[in-house]
Design a protein around this ligand. Sequence first.
Ligand SMILES: NC(=O)C1=CN([C@@H]2O[C@H](COP(=O)(O)OP(=O)(O)OC[C@H]3O[C@@H](n4cnc5c(N)ncnc54)[C@H](OP(=O)(O)O)[C@@H]3O)[C@@H](O)[C@H]2O)C=CC1
Length: 321
Amino acid sequence: MLTISAAEVDRALTFPGLVETLRTAFREGAVQPIRHHHTVERPDGAASTLLLMPAWTDFHAAGSSAGGHVGVKIVTVSPDNNAIGKPAVMGLYLLLNGATGEPEALIDGQRLTQWRTACASALAASYLARDDASRLLVVGAGALSPFLAKAHCAVRPVKTIRIWNRTQANAEKVAADLRAEGFAASAASDLDAELGQADIVSSATITTTPLIKGALLRPGTHVDLVGGFTPMMRESDDDAIRLARVYVDTRAGATKEAGDIVQPLASGVLKPEAIVADLHELARGQKKGRENAGEITLFKSVGAALEDLAAGIAVYKALKA
Ligand SMILES: NC(=O)C1=CN([C@@H]2O[C@H](COP(=O)(O)OP(=O)(O)OC[C@H]3O[C@@H](n4cnc5c(N)ncnc54)[C@H](OP(=O)(O)O)[C@@H]3O)[C@@H](O)[C@H]2O)C=CC1
């Protein structure tokens, strides 16, 4: 069995390559039982969340190109980690042979998650952002922030990247790291002003109250919401949902777990039938993405085990030779 570190995951993947791998994966599908979502109470701080995410190759799917594999991701989200300088999200990915169950790889789950989450957002942007989107605003400067920036740059002609974060120093650090890799990135201090200038807004924070105000968005903007992962968490307000054509990664996940979708569904601001498409429908060409340059589009992701499986197989195949 291969034990694959974060650095090895980085060597195995490219942003354009993984976007296309995910496009194929969403087209073909996989078996994805509902993920376990457990709250782990702690006496001395905020509760953690434990997620168990299994998926395996759908052998009945016609034309499946993924080969036979079973994968499980174990993830924890511990909000208090930020205060002690650790990322909130930790995890491991176990890839097994689909026929025999033989362990094939144990992969750094944090890094695999960062790559697949960012590339799922970029896959959505490939259908939903304007072709000429050149100004990217990333909200949040956590572990996902640079991945989201680079993934969006892989699918749209981004010229400037602005990073806004609750703690400005962290935004400055992400921007400096991106500049060192050749991206035109800078830190932003006024989120509301930035929202009115961006072509793509990609948000990955642990906020529970909305940061993305729909009334401030200009026509043609694409909003990518990555952060909220429980019904109580929201990154966007009702105006954003009301003004936008709404898309999700998976309907089952987003309508149960994502406050950005669950809350407006509960209040009637969003009707179930107004969720235009999920990534399966977009990748299969069954539903349309952006229809004109003036509309606001909004994509909400909560993550899917299929993404981990596809990314895990890609990493394993690249490194096993
Ligand atoms: N959709 C998906 O598939 C996935 C979603 N996620 C989610 O994305 C989010 C970000 O993940 P990641 O980058 O790994 O997390 P990190 O812990 O590395 O970063 C968290 C970020 O959220 C900001 N933040 C925390 N609390 C607040 C608040 N109350 N208001 C505003 N900003 C806040 C932090 O700002 P500061 O620097 O000031 O502390 C920091 O920028 C998480 O919610 C995570 O669960 C993660 C993986 C997959």
